[in-house]
Design a protein around this ligand. Structure first.
Ligand SMILES: Nc1nc2[nH]cnc2c(=O)[nH]1
Ligand SMILES: [Zn+2]
Length: 449
């Protein structure tokens, strides 16, 4: 189906059925019996009412018989955005959750990350994490790799091959107690090489992100150099902030001339409207104000925060301060690579705050869904392109079917669309995510072999 209309847009696919998404004004909007057309470039060309199909087909030059009709238990939702995931930690996800952060890094994380010097190990782990997250509905991932440039480039290549939208960061760190680190000069030179080589590939949906690991493992000179690289190349930045109390204390000792942890990043030009900082459990109101002013975002990683006993992010306070907020799995501090898990853990951790203070306004499931989709796109500065179903955005979408044979969810007669949707968020899994699209390309089911 490739006919042209008078605006010369070629419609590649048309879908009819229910579409569930967030908008700026509604955490969840359910569009029933809706028709959505995707053009050859993978962008949403039109959205209309099912009753208007004949007029739409004439206007856009497609045959009504070419329309793909969704089933009764099916709907489309936007692809999920994992704003913080360590691809290099995927091999031990689901294990090693018995130590606090700084000990956990030295005991489990650094020895595994050091292995990515070996490109065949990198190939195996990175292929598996990209496939696993795609199957679970992550259409966009903001990845930490390791300090190794070639393995980090390989992650970009693999994301491109399987069609995942990705920001990929070569990790930078020039001091810690362990033997897994670079000199400041290596870190800077290799970051420049990584950016140059990744951009040279011209992958349509894979971009580099400047990645100081965190202030604990980076010298002031390294942080400054990375801030400058990001500015000179107009790049995204990612790091960690205020995840644990102990870490906040260490940063105070390392950077005694700075007002706060946030101030350390701000003074090194690392807080911009393309920055995403993971965790932020212990940020003060004053620090949140700096986030809002700079346009920097927070990635809320609730599974990790609980699994490493790090803390609880007060998401309500972050939202009230109008700081951009997305969700992250933070594999492997978070044990699950699934963004559905991140939604559930975000709800759980918010409920814990309500248990502690009954006046605390618990996050709703609709709000958690928004964080996993549109919120994530805002946090990564990609909301002009992805995050919901708006004409002109890329078609990044999950086709969800709650009635798959032997699936994890039972649907009963007469259940309302919002109930079916809530069941998917709380009970669904990858068996229900029957198709995944990134920029109009179907990437799940995964290619055979
Ligand atoms: N959760 C988590 N926090 C960090 N802080 C610095 N590095 C890491 C990491 O790999 N995981
Ligand atoms: Zn992390």
């Amino acid at each position: 189906m490739t006919s042209q209309n008078d605006t010369t847009i070629c419609i590649a696919h048309v879908y009819r059925g229910s579409f569930v998404h967030s908008t700026r004004s509604a955490a969840v909007e359910i569009l029933q019996d809706t028709v959505l057309g995707v053009d050859r470039a993978g962008k949403i060309a039109f959205i209309g009412d099912g009753s208007d199909l004949d007029r739409l087909s004439q206007k856009w030059g497609f045959k009504p018989s070419d329309v793909k009709q969704l089933g009764q238990c099916e709907f489309f939702m936007p692809g999920m955005v994992d704003t913080h995931i360590h691809a290099s930690q995927y091999s031990y996800s689901g294990t090693a959750l018995d130590l606090p952060l700084l000990q956990w890094l030295n005991t489990y994380t650094f020895p595994v990350e050091a292995r990515f010097k070996d490109l065949s190990f990198a190939m195996d782990v990175y292929t598996r994490v990209v496939k696993r997250t795609l199957k679970n509905g992550t259409t966009t991932a903001c990845y930490f790799a390791t300090i190794h440039t070639d393995a980090s480039l390989l992650l970009g290549q693999i994301a491109d091959k399987f069609g995942q939208r990705a920001l990929v960061g070569k990790v930078c760190m020039d001091h810690n107690n362990y033997n897994y680190k670079e000199t400041q000069m290596e870190s800077v030179e290799e970051t420049k090489r990584f950016i140059q080589e990744l951009l040279k590939k011209e992958y349509p949906h894979v971009r580099p992100v400047v990645t100081p690991r965190f202030a604990v493992s980076c010298s002031s000179d390294l942080l400054s150099a990375l801030g400058e690289i990001a500015r000179n190349n107009d790049l995204h930045i990612q790091s960690h902030i205020s995840e644990t109390k102990e870490e906040v204390e260490v940063v105070k000792e390392l950077f005694p001339d700075h007002k706060s942890y946030t101030d350390v990043y701000k003074k090194h030009h690392l807080l911009t409207n393309k920055t995403v900082m993971a965790h932020g459990c212990y940020l003060t109101d004053e620090e949140l104000k700096v986030f809002r002013e700079t346009g920097a975002a927070i990635s809320h990683c609730p599974n990790s925060n609980t699994s490493l006993c790090s803390g609880i992010l007060n998401t309500r306070k972050v939202l009230q301060n109008e700081v951009k907020l997305g969700l992250g799995t933070d594999v492997a501090g978070g044990y699950s690579p699934s963004m559905l898990d991140a939604i559930r853990r975000a709800l759980d951790s918010s409920k814990v705050l309500t248990i502690q203070d009954p006046n605390f306004q618990t996050l709703t499931f609709q709000e958690a869904f928004r964080l996993a989709t549109l919120g994530g796109s805002e946090a990564l500065g990609l909301d002009e392109q992805i995050g919901n179903f708006e004409v002109g955005k890329d078609f990044d979408a999950l086709r969800v079917n709650l009635c798959v044979p032997d699936g994890p969810v039972d649907v009963f007669p007469g259940e309302e669309p919002m109930v079916i949707f809530e069941k998917f968020l709380n009970l669904g899994d990858d068996r229900n995510i029957v198709e995944v699209y990134v920029a109009g390309r179907r990437v799940v089911p995964l290619p055979e072999k």
